[in-house]
Write a protein that binds this ligand. Structure first.
Ligand SMILES: [Zn+2]
Length: 76
């Protein structure tokens, strides 16, 4: 199935990972960011990412934390 998500230059890719933006209105739960260990508060837009083909390993990230990890080229 083609990916309907438009390219988002502010959401840097990381090789081997699928990454999507979660808009605030869809953020109905709080999550713990794996990068900084802080909570992503309900209602705050953030990012969800998972290793390609391993969607059950999806994790929710702060957008800025994802940007840092993608720039480094690895995840914590
Ligand atoms: Zn974070």
């Amino acid at each position: 199935m083609p990916d309907p998500t438009p390219f988002d230059a502010t959401l840097p890719p990381l090789e081997g990972y699928t990454v999507r933006r979660v808009p605030g209105f869809q953020a109905r739960k709080a999550y713990l960011c794996p990068a900084c260990g802080s909570e992503i508060v309900t209602g705050v837009g953030h990012v969800v990412a998972w290793p390609d083909e391993l969607a059950e390993q999806r994790r929710h990230w702060h957008l800025h934390c994802w940007r840092i990890a993608a720039r480094r080229g690895r995840i914590p």
